[in-house]
Design a protein around this ligand. Structure first.
Ligand SMILES: Nc1nc2c(ncn2[C@@H]2O[C@H](COP(=O)(O)OP(=O)(O)OP(=O)(O)O)[C@@H](O)[C@H]2O)c(=O)[nH]1
Ligand SMILES: [Mg+2]
Length: 442
């Protein structure tokens, strides 16, 4: 169904599913006020004032609930249309009754996922990057994620992209003036001016792209994988770091087979910590699959935490050594069993907790470095990255293109790429992808 051509009024439960003290319904569209009148049989409440109402089923006249209604007249509403909010008791039967009553009204239907935000975008209430920021804010689990999402929702990222696009459009205008009116009396040095502006934009966009993925890592979380030989205490380490008894610990080597994930917050930054099977020549098919998964997970991790067994130290495991790169953090577990003497690595004990304060400090430093909330708004999505890379390709080609027409086309392509990020051109194709990230009622 093409939502764009549909001018029906939509409604949805905007609060979470399940029993709660209060549930909030949102109704948006031309028939929103009519819907409220149908349920209350009263005149509309004053705009933006919470007003106590009795809600009736329009057909059976059953009392569904007593609650609050708020009327946000368009265009000064979230979607830009007339919006009604109903705050009711959050019981399942109340929610079901109101849902049924609203769905039965003419020209009113249940909203699809992200449809409220999509209407807000269509009515120029926010640009695409802000809409994505809103989705991120709803999904944010840590304080740094929340701050990044808020910044994007406020439009900080969109402003950067729009500014680049505006500057590019101005450069295009100058460049095309030069082609079209070359015989006329144009000010001298136009070509030079355009070349300088494009060079400047090229370097700004390159710097924005050259960010080590910090904004994106912050958005989805930093992946840390615990690797090491069997029995080194990897699962014990995961349990202690997450302060929960998540993974089975046993003295039998080869206990863990699957990848076990926990979500942690370190200094406000999100971490996805994974425990894996001990690395060795596997004894059976199941273990061998476990080892394969462990290796795969180690290769895709942002950071590997390699654990060696202090009980057998200085014996090192070759499978683990192969996966250690310069970024990896190496620890020796079972410091309580470690022979006295010099150890080059951090010695910890998952049993007694020795060395964990230092380990935590090290982890926090790593996490902060890799998903640091930068001073200027960061790139947060592959969608933006791809568009910027395409834009850059065109800008880089511009100076070397021989024909003026080709040069102009390079600049126009670059501007289109930028416009697509905030939704200023060719938006239709990207809309579905973006708004699918929302759930119903947003
Ligand atoms: N003495 C001592 N024992 C430990 C320590 N940490 C873990 N252990 C013990 O070492 C054994 C193995 O621990 P696990 O956490 O299951 O080890 P693992 O690396 O997950 O092992 P696999 O899943 O088989 O690869 C268990 O008996 C733990 O109680 C420690 O710091 N000191
Ligand atoms: Mg284990």
């Amino acid at each position: 169904m093409n939502i764009l051509s549909d001018d029906q009024t939509i409604f949805a439960l905007a609060s979470g599913v399940g029993k709660a003290g209060i549930a909030v319904f949102r109704i948006s569209g031309g028939a929103a006020t009519e819907a409220l009148r149908a349920l209350t049989k009263k005149a509309l409440p004053e705009p933006r004032r919470a007003t106590r109402v009795q809600l009736l089923d329009p057909k059976s006249k059953d009392i569904l609930d007593h609650g609050l209604a708020i009327f946000f007249p368009g265009p000064a509403s979230f979607t830009g249309e007339d919006v009604i909010e109903l705050h009711v008791h959050g019981g399942r039967a109340v929610i079901a009754g109101i849902t049924d009553a609203l769905a039965k009204l003419d020209d009113v239907r249940l909203a699809e996922a992200g449809e409220f935000t999509r209407r807000a975008f269509e009515n120029n209430k926010l640009d695409l990057t802000a809409a994505e920021g809103l989705a991120d804010l709803i999904n944010a689990e840590t304080s740094a994620q929340r701050r990044q999402a808020q910044r994007q929702l406020q439009g900080d990222l969109g402003l950067i992209y729009d500014d680049w696009r505006d500057r590019l459009l101005k450069a295009i205008a100058l460049f095309e003036a030069e082609i079209d009116f070359s015989d006329e009396d144009l000010p001298p040095g136009l070509q030079q001016q355009v070349a300088e502006q494009i060079a400047e934009l090229t370097s700004e966009i390159s710097a924005h792209l050259d960010d080590a993925g910090q904004g994106q890592i912050l958005r989805h979380g930093l992946y840390i994988t615990i690797i090491g030989p069997p029995n080194a205490g990897k699962s014990s380490l995961l349990n202690r770091l997450s302060r929960r008894d998540v993974a089975i610990v046993s003295e039998t080597a080869g206990t863990t087979r699957d990848v076990i994930e926990v979500h942690l917050e370190l200094e406000g930054y999100p971490v996805i910590l994974a425990d894996t099977a001990g690395l060795r020549e596997a004894a059976d098919d199941i273990e061998s699959e476990g080892v394969r998964r462990a290796q795969e997970r180690a290769l895709s991790a942002d950071l590997n935490l390699a654990v060696f067994d202090g009980a057998v130290w200085p014996k090192q495991d070759s499978h683990t050594l192969k996966l250690i790169d310069e970024d990896a953090l190496v620890v020796i577990n079972k410091s309580d069993l470690l022979e006295k003497g010099e150890v080059d690595y951090l010695a910890i004990s998952a049993e007694t907790g020795e060395g964990f304060d230092i380990l935590l400090e090290k982890l926090k430093k790593e996490v902060e470095q890799r998903c640091h909330l930068s001073a200027s708004p960061a790139l947060t999505r592959t969608r933006h990255r791809t568009a910027l890379e395409k834009c850059l390709e065109n800008l880089v080609r511009f100076p070397s293109a021989t024909k003026s027409e080709l040069k102009a086309e390079d600049l126009r392509q670059a501007a289109r790429c930028l416009g697509r990020i905030t939704g200023r051109v060719d938006v239709e194709e990207v809309l579905d992808i973006i708004f699918k990230e929302f759930c119903i009622g947003k």
